[in-house]
Each structure stands twice: as structure tokens, then as C-alpha cells.
Ligand binder design. Sequence first.
Ligand code: PLP
Length: 388
Amino acid sequence: MTTIELDNQYVMHTYGRLPVVFVRGEGCFVYDDTGKEYLDFLAGIAVNGLGHCPPKVVEAICNQAATLMHVSNLYYIAPQAQLAKLLADLSGMSKAFFCNSGAEANEAAMKIARKATKMAGHPEKTEIITALDSFHGRTLAAITATGQPKYQKYFAPLPPDYKYVPYNDVEALKAMAGARTCAIMMEPVQGESGVHPATPEFLRTARELCDQLGAALIFDEVQTGLGRTGRVFGYQHFDVVPDIMTLAKTLGGGFPIGACLAKGKYADVFEPGDHAATFGGNPLACAASIAAVTEIVEGGWVENATKVGAYLMEQLATLPGVTEVRGLGLMIAAELEKPVAKDIVTKALSKGLILNATSDNVLRFVPPLIVTEDLVDKAIAIIREVQQ
Ligand code: PLP
């Protein structure tokens, strides 16, 4: 049986897969099982920040795999402690909990916020406010936090006490927050809904409300974190520091790892028994992440995201039928006049360019942070060609 036949028969159909089997990757390119080359402007959906098989991450994984892959979190793990310090130094947070994905990181964040209000003697403060059109992952609590009914509709009953405000609606946020607010959780730039940056005023208001109400400000930086927006963390564009921050995607340079970082009183909320993940923070994932984060920050790739991101935005604006280009760094969307985004994605794939459509009218671009202006030119030429 071919890979596609095997998959169709034995893998649950949770993804609308395109008919390509990728078998190898290097830098900004991946190769399918016929040897065909593809320029990757999706990067595993903002995961392969350093491109495919980045040498320093590969080396760290190989060395660590040959040394120690897994031990229980009942013991101290050197790469885990080192990664926690590295992230604390970079982020302004003080402690980390490690897990395996973005949804899990958000679960940890929401559990910290809920426990913190109980520890403060306010068990009635249980409401978590998130934004409409947000995306926070697929566990039951994460789809509940995700303000999109289409992800929730088959899975009721959902955990109670979640409320949703229109993103960037300051007055709605002020009206909704109150004595029962436990946390406000926001993406600094909404990704899945088509790349919508927050307004500084919206995030500032969220910060002020949390301070007034004794609630936790959580930033979901699963997609925006680690250089994607042209800063190490998305929040740095807005001068608003959260209490809790979640990371995943680029954090492992392609290896699965998630993290929930917290500061102040939130850093010390969890005690033994409150939360855990068998694989969370294992030596292999942490070694990969230390190599990836160090290279992203020291290799100049955050600055490259700003520079090449600006060039990509400029070039996208020259394409016919593009009505708006928005984003930060290398997290960019092009809004199209006509509902042809999915058609462009399919045709571009056949020409060797991997793109993504977040809706019929929106193309999303999250290429590796190591992408060059020449590769942007190549991608734009392919899009121009398939638009004809
Ligand atoms: N949060 C944000 C902002 C995301 O973009 C995603 C995934 O796209 C998630 C959370 C969920 O991450 P994961 O799929 O690793 O659980």
C-alpha cells in the first residue's frame, strides 16, 4: 500500500490532507517522495522557525539521544533546568512548566490562574475571558477558550465560565471584566483567524483590568513567540507584560515541546501533585529547545524576521487582487478580493510552493525565520503565475 492508502485506512481523518508525502527537509525547502522540491512558506505552521533540520538542533538532538532521552520528572533534569533559565532570562518571566504542545501549555496557564484566585481567598473568581476568533488549541478547555463555535459544536458540555469579547474591542472588554474575572487570555497577534495584530490599547486595557481585579493576564505566544513577529516575544511590541505566557511551535526548532512561563505570585502557584506531564521537559526536547532558542536569538534571525517580513509585505501588496496586507515580522496575511485563497494554495503546491489559507479570502505566510529576500521573490513569482 502507498503512504496515502495506508493513512486513509489507518489514521483518523482529523486533517484535510493535500496529496503530497514529504520525506526530507533542508533549510527553507522540503522534498516529496518523488524527489520534487518545495519552498516552504508555512514552516510546519510556524514550527520550523530555523527551517528544516537546522544543523545545531540536529546535533543537539543526536548528542542528547545518545546520552539520555527520558527520565521521570520525579528527578532533576539538567537540560530542563537550563532551558527554564534561558527562557526566564529572555522573557521576563521567572519560572517554567514544560509540556508537549500549545494546548497543554494553555491548560497549565488556565489552571495556574484558577488556583491563584483560590489561594487568594476568592473561589468565586472563576471566569476566563478570551477573544472571539481566537485559537488556543484542541483539548476540551482549550477549545472552550477558543472563541470559535465551529471548533466547539460537537463537544458539549464544555467547561463553564468562559466569556468572549470581540478582539481589540476595548469597551467590550471593560464591560465584561468584573469581580468574577479570574484571567484574561489573549494572543498578541491572532493567528488562525487570519493574522490580526492586537492594538496596544486593547492589551494595555487588559493589563489594567487584571491589575484592578486581581486577575491573571495570560498571553498565548504559542504562534507569536520566539522571533516570529520580529521580537523574541510578541508582547514586546506592545510594552505590556503578561503574568503568564505560553509557548510551543518554534520553541523546539521542529521538536515537540511546549512551555507555560509565569512570574510574580503565579510562578509559585503549582505544588507537587497539582499538574504534570510524563514527557514534559524531557532531556531530548529540552536539549533541542536550548539549541533552537539560542540559535534564534544569537543567530540574528529575529532581526531577519523584521527585515524580510517587511520585504514580503511590500511584495505581497503588489500582487493583483490583494486588498490588504497585515501582520508583524514574518507572521503575515494577504486579504484577497475574491474567495480564491484555497485555489491558490493548491495550484502553488503543484508549482513547488507551500502556502496556507486561513479562509477563502486570506492567505497566511509564516515562512522560516531564516528566509531570504531572494526566496520571497521566488514565492511571489509562483503566486503571480498561479493567479493567472
Ligand atoms: N495557541 C495558538 C495561538 C496556536 O496558534 C495554536 C496552534 O495553532 C495553539 C495554541 C495550539 O497548539 P498545539 O497544536 O501545539 O496544541
